[in-house]
Design a protein around this ligand. Sequence first.
Ligand code: ADP
Ligand code: MG
Length: 550
Amino acid sequence: HPQQETRTFETEVQQLLHLMVHALYSHREIFLRELISNASDAIDKLRFEGLKNEELFEGQKEGRIRLVPDSEAGTLTIIDNGIGMDRDEVVENLGTIAHSGSRAFVDRLTGDEDQDVELIGQFGVGFYSAFMVADRVEVTTRRAGVDTSLGVRWESDGTGSYTVETIERAELGTAITLHLKDDAREFLEEAELRRVVKTYSDHIPYPVVLEGGEGEETLNEASALWARPRNEISEEEYRNFYAHVAHGDTDPLTWLHFHAEGTTEYTALLYLPSQPPLDLWQPEARHGVRLYVRRVFITDQARDLLPTYLRFLRGVVDAPDLPLNVSREMLQSDQQVARIRKGVVKRVLKRLADMAENEPDRYRKFWDNFGAVLKEGIPEDSANQDELAGLLRFHTSKRPDEWVSLADYKAAMRDEQKAIYYLTGDDLETLKNSPQLEVFKKKGVEVLLLTDPVDEWVVMHLSEYDGTPLTSVAHGDLDLGELESEEEKQVEEATEADYGSLVGTLKDRLGEAVSDVRLSHRLTDSPSCIVAGENALGEHMERLLKAANQ
Ligand code: ADP
Ligand code: MG
């Protein structure tokens, strides 16, 4: 490495910095939340690595975040004794936008400051918010455990470039010095710092200490929120903690906070977001639930803690009986983790069922955002199939603008009806006008209209609901059973005799293109339609497989 080098920011970082500085003025105070949150994450990481190697702590095990305002110099410095960064990490983390959502961030900005400011944390671009209040930012840092000659100093004015150099640094961890803009000097005032920390960072599990004129003062509650009794936690504290675990989103749909005892003891505080996270459909999505063992952060990559169909949950699970030195790999096969997962799934599904029954509006919001994800549970989790089936909602031919549960559908079934009928396809408009629905309309039978790609898998795995089979209306030999009257059957037989020769001619003409031509009694307005054979895949499924090149 050259001793000192000047590097330019990635283009996207430059755009982002420009936006931060010019567009989000009225919410500038959140820079402190972001920097304290990073400091807290860094202490979490050191505590985790220190479990295996005590020497990394370099003698100071207690995590601590210090705020040092200096009115004369016009600077505010945020200091942590966390893991720190080496030179490569500094360049990687403070010069690029590491997370894949960077481009999307810029695209998603709406111009509405209230909305845009929420995006900062979610996109993993919190550090750059320092430039909302500072016209120069200096970072000095040293990774825990490396030689004191390998400290790093980073500096930038937040326009096009930054410098990095290797320096001597005795302390481990990171110090971030903000040279405050003239119009941001309120962040030198103790009262203002007190207020901002209390508002946004009260739940941070390490003390945030103000080093001011009167000596030291801890500004936050500094306890793990989830470990406190429910009735002692205010709604605001719950919401602020959510902003921490959900990277800035401040508006959860609801949350569950519970303690489980028995063979496996654990505490969970889980939030349902009110908006889908941006990476909901990305396979490498950030995992939203953080695993702690006796308040020591272990990982946010414990993918086995939750099934993927609950990947929208955000929050914390603290499992005191897991070994502290549990490795991320061990979690995969751990019996206790499997039991926690089972328990958490039950609780979440129960909560959703309660919400569906007692708070239909809220449940509707949930379903609009996450229904398509939850449905993945039907093929994935057969043990909870009944509970999941009860949570499903569909549009139907009679109620295309509503979300109808299978129980509602059954309640509205005609007496002679023996099956739950469905039709799958790409979009609701096409389905509503499908000729395959004609006979059902005529007979007043409701049909579920399924448009999500995952629906094909849902109906493949859900053969019945509460004793009633699910049947596709697109299958060739659809037997409407008692829905057909004797009279209709006789008319059908007569027509078959009349049109026998036409069917024969069509068969000859179409040849290999079709497997059969049949006279249908299902159509009332359209002359013909194409249907899938008895054992054939649904039309929509065929399209899906084709799309996947199978
Ligand atoms: P995020 O926290 O969502 O990853 P940020 O922009 O806030 O995104 O931070 C970018 C990265 O910079 C962090 O992931 C971390 O690796 C590094 N970083 C920032 N602040 C610190 C700190 N105080 N100590 C150690 N690493 C830090
Ligand atoms: Mg951050």
